[in-house]
Design a protein. Structure first.
Length: 285
């Protein structure tokens, strides 16, 4: 695709930031967004346009933001929805508001931006829409069930959009990384603890997973800069993406590769074991 224009949410850190950096290095046009654009001043210095953007804003506000973004270069060809965070805590400990806030950012944020961006992507007749799933799209994890639910939702959403948007030349893709060395697992802005603490969950899988995340933090196997290069290659048909179709799922990292293969094997075992029961529920006529 010639002269791509990337519109990226969640560009203040992690994958969003790395994709913006990689795209600007290649002299592609980039519109990087964050809730506070002052936090991505370094991307502006590198050549990107930057905008304040809250993916949970109302429909009219987001429509105006996308119209403004499209006016910068006269088009948008690639939309990358990278905004998201982890809510940590057993489900019982998590309040309705905490869970709602997680879905509002991780799922409805992607939906909001997609709906606002689609008129501009359709106008190109050849464009890319990408969301972020995760290893958590495939494997349930105690203590972060709400996060798992959001990532399963995003992967399912994207798979449904593939045939829905194909008639307009829009390739939808969900990027599914394993554990990558980003700030996602740092306590604070991207990994938030539920306010409530129920002692019954102490020394259970839900609480022990906190330690698993702590041990993984800043020691993740995945290199986010390397992943950003692959993502840009795949979405522009260059480098490792040359001659390849954009996949429904762009899986990144050897750990998630192993996790998906295990999930597939376990699912096949489950179906084989229960097949005699499964088929009994069909009509006989």
């Amino acid at each position: 695709m010639s002269d791509p224009v990337f519109f990226i949410t969640g560009a203040s850190s992690g994958f969003g930031e790395s994709i913006a950096v990689e795209a600007t290095k290649r002299n592609y046009k980039v519109i990087a967004t964050a809730r506070q654009s002052m936090k991505i001043r370094h991307l502006k210095d590198a050549g990107a346009e930057v905008m304040d953007l809250d993916v949970t804003a109302d429909e009219a506000t987001l429509a105006a933001k996308l119209k403004e973004a499209n006016s910068i270069y006269g088009k948008i060809t690639h939309v990358i929805n990278a905004a998201g965070y982890v809510l940590e805590g057993a489900l019982e400990e998590s309040s309705n508001q905490e869970i709602l806030d997680t879905f509002n950012t991780n799922v409805f944020g992607a939906v909001n931006i997609t709906r606002a961006a689609l008129p501009y992507l359709r106008a190109q007749q050849s464009s890319v829409l990408a969301h972020f799933g995760s290893l958590a799209s495939w494997t349930g994890m105690p203590g972060i069930a709400s996060y798992n639910a959001t990532k399963w939702a995003v992967s399912g959403l994207t798979e449904s959009l593939v045939p829905e948007l194909a008639p307009f030349g829009i390739r939808a893709c969900v990027i599914e990384p394993g554990y990558f060395r980003t700030a996602l697992l740092n306590s604070g802005a991207h990994r938030i603890q539920s306010a409530r603490h129920i002692t019954a969950y102490d020394n259970t899988a839900a609480r022990n997973f906190h330690g698993v995340l702590d041990q993984a933090d800043n020691k993740q196997l995945g290199n986010v800069a390397s992943a950003a290069r692959v993502i840009i290659d795949v979405f522009t048909g260059t480098g490792v993406g040359a001659g390849r179709e954009i996949p429904v799922r762009l899986v990144l990292g050897s750990d998630i590769l192993a996790g998906i293969k295990e999930k597939m094997a376990n699912t096949e075992k489950l179906l084989n074991k229960w097949e005699p029961v499964i088929v009994t529920t069909d009509h006989k006529d």
